[in-house]
Write a protein that binds this ligand. Structure first.
Ligand code: OGA
Ligand code: MN
Length: 218
C-alpha cells in the first residue's frame, strides 16, 4: 500500500496492475509463449475483419515472401498467405483502436519488465484455402531485433477446428520436442519469443484471417 503510494508520487502516474498483462508476462517467463482468449472484443474483431476484407477487396494485398523486406523471395512451397503491412501513422478507426491496445500492452511490458520494446510492425494476413506456412522461426539472419511475435485471429465466430490452419508451436520440454496446437479462434491472441520458438501454420481448409506482428528492440 505504502509502496504503491510512493510509486505514484515518485512516478507521477498511477500504476494499475492488469491481470491479463500479468498472465502474459508470467506465461512467457515460464513457457516462452502465451495464449489469451478474447484479448480483443468481438466487436473489435469484426471491425478489424471488415477492414482486412475491404483492403483485400481493393487488391492491396501481396503474396507473402520469406526473408526481410530488403531480402525477400516468394516461395509458395513454404508459405501461401497474402499480406498487407499496416501503417500506424495512417490508421482507420479499427486500426486506431488496435494500436491503442497494443501500445498499452507495450508500455506495460516496458515499465514492468524493462523489455525495451522500441519498434513494432504489423500486417494483415489472409490464407486462402489450400495454403499453409511451413515450420520456421521469425527472426532473420540479418535482423535479430524481433523479440516477441504476436498473432491475433480475425476469423468469424463460427470458426471450427476442421477449418484447419492450426498454429503449431514446437516446444522443448526437458529435451523432448512437443507440439502445442492452437486453433485460430476469433479474438484469441498468441504471443511468443520470436528468436526461440519454431512454429508452423497447418493446411488451411477455409480462408483464414489474422493480424501478425512483432515487438522489436533497437
Ligand atoms: C507468421 C506466422 C502464425 C499464424 O506470419 O510468421 O507464423 O498463426 N503466423 O498466423
Ligand atoms: Mn512465423
Amino acid at each position: 500500500m505504502i509502496d504503491a503510494l510512493q510509486n505514484q508520487l515518485f512516478e507521477d502516474i498511477p500504476f494499475v496492475e492488469n491481470p491479463v498483462y500479468e498472465k502474459i508476462i508470467q506465461d512467457i517467463g515460464l513457457n516462452k509463449f502465451s495464449i489469451i482468449d478474447a484479448f480483443f472484443s468481438s466487436e473489435m474483431v469484426s471491425q478489424l475483419r471488415q477492414s482486412l476484407l475491404n483492403k483485400h477487396e481493393e487488391d492491396r494485398f501481396k503474396k507473402a515472401a520469406i526473408g526481410n523486406r530488403v531480402n525477400e523471395v516468394i516461395v509458395k512451397t513454404i508459405r501461401g498467405d497474402q499480406i498487407l503491412w499496416i501503417d500506424e501513422s495512417l490508421p482507420n478507426a479499427a486500426e486506431h483502436l488496435f494500436f491503442d491496445q497494443i501500445n498499452d500492452l507495450v508500455s506495460y511490458l516496458n515499465t514492468t519488465c524493462f523489455m525495451g520494446i522500441l519498434h513494432k510492425e504489423f500486417h494483415y494476413a489472409l490464407y486462402p484455402k489450400g495454403t499453409f506456412y511451413k515450420r520456421h522461426i521469425d527472426t532473420f539472419q540479418n535482423d535479430d531485433r524481433r523479440k516477441l511475435s504476436f498473432v491475433c485471429y480475425l476469423n468469424t465466430e463460427d470458426w471450427k477446428p476442421e477449418n484447419g490452419g492450426e498454429l503449431v508451436l514446437y516446444l522443448d520440454e526437458n529435451g523432448i520436442e512437443t507440439e502445442k496446437i492452437i486453433y485460430p479462434f476469433p479474438g484469441r491472441i498468441v504471443i511468443f519469443e520470436s528468436q526461440i520458438i519454431e512454429h508452423e501454420v497447418k493446411l488451411v481448409e477455409t480462408e483464414r484471417l489474422s493480424i501478425t506482428g512483432w515487438l522489436k528492440t533497437r
